[in-house]
Design a protein around this ligand. Structure first.
Ligand code: AMP
Length: 211
């Protein structure tokens, strides 16, 4: 299965991608995680992307396309994958279509902006493996420590309130048009993000089990 998770920043795409991965064994491709790692490693792409990511802007389409082409050509993607956070513009979606990657389903996770702002203020991520936690909804077993790898949990730079506002603006202007794009292709399903992560997962897995 080839799946795209759509939704505003903080809608829960990353968390739900992990649930789908556990249930279907699909590879998660998160352009956000790839870019953050490149920024950390100070690679050429990371240096190019740093200011965009830190200011809540989208990294240019040509950079994203290069990342995606490279990632999708790897062996671990041949049986299916989950795209988390990509495509984010119509140009990226068209480029993906042009690569002849036949997407089976696109799931749009809908969450209101005010709920997103509250959620992102409590989000913590592992500085080592990028696993995502929340101070109220997904509490790690030991405060400040990643359950998965023992790394230290940090606040993402772009989760600061002003940057979150900008990311939501960018989402509504540049990414939300993808809802109609995939609706027209007849592959879009909608899942309303619930307060409890498990409730959203249940709805999402039901959609995935539909033909
Ligand atoms: P995310 O972790 O998906 O919220 O992504 C964090 C940031 O990485 C975004 O705010 C953008 O700056 C950048 N980014 C990730 N994916 C994309 C994409 N598909 N297109 C453009 N920028 C992206």
């Amino acid at each position: 299965m080839k799946l795209i998770l759509l939704g505003a920043p903080g809608a829960g795409k990353g968390t739900q991608a992990e649930v789908v991965c556990d249930n279907f064994g699909l590879q998660i491709i998160s352009t956000g995680n790839i870019i953050r790692q490149a920024v950390k490693d100070e690679t050429e792409m990371g240096l190019q992307a740093k200011d965009y990511i830190n200011n809540g802007k989208l990294v240019p389409d040509d950079v994203i396309l290069k990342i995606i082409k490279e990632r999708l050509s790897k062996d671990d993607c041949q049986n299916g994958f989950i795209l988390d956070g990509v495509p984010r513009t119509i140009a990226q979606a068209e480029a993906l279509d042009a690569l002849d990657v036949k997407i089976d389903k696109v799931i749009n996770i809908v969450v209101e902006d005010d709920v997103i702002c509250k959620r992102l203020s409590g989000r913590r991520v592992c500085g080592d493996c990028s696993a995502s936690y929340h101070l109220d909804y997904k509490v790690p077993a030991k405060a400040g420590v990643c359950d998965r790898c023992g790394g230290a949990l940090i606040v993402r730079k772009d989760d600061e309130p002003e940057t979150v506002k900008e990311r939501l603006n960018v989402y509504h202007k540049q990414t939300a048009p993808l809802i109609e794009y995939y609706e027209k292709q007849g592959i879009l399903s909608t899942v309303y993000g619930q307060e409890e992560v498990e409730e959203t997962s249940k709805l999402l897995l039901e959609v995935l089990k539909e033909k």
